[in-house]
Design a protein around this ligand. Sequence first.
Ligand code: NAD
Ligand code: IPM
Ligand code: MN
Length: 348
Amino acid sequence: NRSINLAVIAGDGIGPEVVAQAERVLNHVADLENITLTSTPYSLGAEHWLATGETLTQETKDQLATHDAILFGAVGADPRSATVPSGLIEREILLNLRFSFDHYINLRPSKLFPGAVSPLSNPGDIDFVVVREGTEGPYAGNGGLLRAGTPAEIATEVSLNTAYGIERLVRYAFELATCREKKKLTLIHKTNVLVNAGQLYSRIFNEVAAEYPQVTTDYLHIDAATIFFTTEPSRFDVIVTDNLFGDILTDQAGAITGGIGYAACGNINASGTFPSMFEPVHGSAPDIAGQGIANPTATVLAAAMLLRHLGFEGAAARVERAVEADLAANPGAQRSTEEVGSAIIAAL
Ligand code: NAD
Ligand code: IPM
Ligand code: MN
């Protein structure tokens, strides 16, 4: 079956700008590879909320669930505008979809392509994948306020970590490591302080490791990991980590590989029960929105991940080669969003 029934959520800020270029690339590669691509846009985000008071209804989620995959831009209003409560759109759309569609693998590859300009003076050969947990940790939304509005106010966020969630995450990471050349897996956590979740992560990691003798394992505390991301990122191959640590690390990973505009993400439901969702790691970037200067490469690379996830390896590799060729031909160039899209299409 060479067809894709795609849902597209462009979202806010630079979301629609970068998604437009990724859709051009997708349409082009679909033509080249004889894939029948049908795209359905869903207008969700801050504007939709301001107009309707709705973020994401059950009805829309039911419709989204019928698609093969979702291409997502970014959501979130400009924090300088007081009209949208902070984080509301992000939680009620993006996190809602990750939880509802059980996107327990948040897959974030980082590669320093020739031509991409790393801020590190000696970056070495950066090529690693962060396997971030996608449905648990502090993101589970537990906690609350006690004695709100009094001087004795108390705020809690409870990190939720299940053996079930950790085991399926860790198994995915080990399987991924076995497919790669270095076959190395690093667990990143903060087991010295977050002892309960830390012990659960370590124990399950070590238990599963026994089944994968061909994979070299390693452990780093999150704080030390940020050192090595700066001083020696080439030491990493596959990284497995919890939801919040993975969020922070992958922005840094984007920065050291030439900028957040190159970092792609797959929100994967590896059991195939729900559609997986592909997006750039970055957000709606209100500081540059509307200027036509956002880098669409991360979203194009997310589209390649989408193609690979749906079994179109040839098309995925073709898009990645086009991105690499574009970067190699235009090292460090300041270009418009559309120019980059056109250059990638030309390279296809
Ligand atoms: P951000 O990723 O939007 O921006 C951080 C910095 O990176 C900004 O200076 C921005 O201009 C730059 N940047 C981001 N993407 C770029 C691109 N493609 N090309 C060039 N430069 C780029 O993070 P933020 O400023 O912390 O968040 C802005 C809003 O986006 C917030 O509302 C936040 O909650 C939301 N957000 C949404 C998502 C998502 O929808 N997946 C992800 C992260 C943040
Ligand atoms: C990301 C974003 C989201 C996250 C926010 C917008 C909820 O930062 O996808 O990295 O924290 O996961
Ligand atoms: Mn993030």
